[in-house]
Design a protein around this ligand. Structure first.
Ligand code: NAP
Length: 270
């Protein structure tokens, strides 16, 4: 049989072997699941979180279990000064970055007219401006290498509106806009920018939401029942999509968004 006409170069190899990835929000939930999967697939990691301690704890476990190089940095993504300092430290230590995952985020849900200026800013500054700060800090070295894969963790709230969840959907719509805009802007120079929009995923943030409800177990059952597959998603199910989008297998996928919500957002009426 003739040699394959297809270029399946990744087959049989760890899928991120030798890649250097920086993941924000890596100390918890979806970010820590992405960190674990990426390390298992051969990537060296910079784990960024609001404070270095949770990222350091994740990093120490991954270094022990996977043998990869992992460094933890503390920075508030809403501060461009802190982001620039953290990326300078990471670039100095790793010599460059191949992958950036913007996962740091906060839930700010409320009634529009009850939303304080402070909550509006906290929501937009973390969920949208924070991703831009990180992309802006990573781009010069990625452009110099003509290589970089960026994945922003948006939300199903970036596609559909749940009343009373303001202003979180404003920020997540913006993050999908940022993804499309920068994906096109730098496509010819070796950079891809995509986003993932998870539906409800069982993480510490989701657990905090359930615990804030008068009957957490009833709310958990209600949320699962709303999903066509009748169960809430898991962080590793988002991590597998991030692995695909951040790797060379997805090299023709750019400036787009992948919904991971068990199909819920396709339902017209619940
Ligand atoms: P999580 O468990 O709370 O993890 C978020 C991480 O981001 C935490 O470690 C948090 O640190 C960190 N973080 C928050 N603000 C930050 C800041 N200003 N600078 C740096 N780090 C910051 O949340 P998650 O559920 O895994 O969510 C991860 C991402 O997925 C978020 O962008 C979220 O909007 C998105 N998402 C989640 C769901 C879901 O159902 N879970 C659905 C759709 C989208 P602290 O713990 O110290 O605050």
């Amino acid at each position: 049989m003739n040699a394959s006409a297809y270029d399946f170069t990744a087959t049989g190899q760890p899928r991120l072997q030798g890649k250097r990835a920086l993941i924000t929000g890596a100390g918890s939930g979806i970010g820590s699941a992405i960190a674990e999967l990426f390390a298992r697939e051969g990537a060296d990691l910079v784990l960024l979180d609001l404070t270095a301690a949770p990222a350091k704890a994740v990093g120490e476990r991954l270094m022990e279990t996977t043998g990869r190089r992992v460094m933890a940095v503390g920075a508030d993504v809403s501060s461009s000064t802190q982001v620039d300092a953290a990326f300078a430290e990471a670039l100095d230590a790793f010599g460059g970055l191949d992958i950036l995952i913007n996962c740091a985020g906060v839930n700010v849900f409320g009634d529009p007219l009850q939303t304080s200026e402070q909550d509006w800013r906290r929501c937009l500054d973390t969920n949208l401006t924070g991703a831009w700060h990180c992309i802006r800090a990573a781009l010069p070295s990625m452009l110099a290498a003509s290589y970089g894969h960026i994945v922003n963790i948006a939300s199903v709230h970036g596609h559909k509106i749940i009343p009373g969840a303001f202003p979180y959907p404003v920020a997540k719509h913006g993050l999908i806009g940022l993804t499309r805009s920068l994906g096109i802007e730098y496509a010819a120079r070796g950079i891809r920018v995509n986003s993932i929009s998870p539906g409800l995923i069982m993480t510490p943030a989701a657990e905090r939401y359930f615990q804030s409800c008068p009957d957490p177990e009833a709310e958990r059952r209600h949320q699962a029942e709303l999903l066509p597959c009748k169960r809430i998603g898991r962080p590793e199910e988002v991590a597998y999509a991030a692995l695909f989008l951040a790797g060379d297998e997805a090299r023709f996928i750019n400036a787009t968004d992948v919904l991971i919500d068990g199909g819920r957002s396709q339902i017209y009426h619940d």
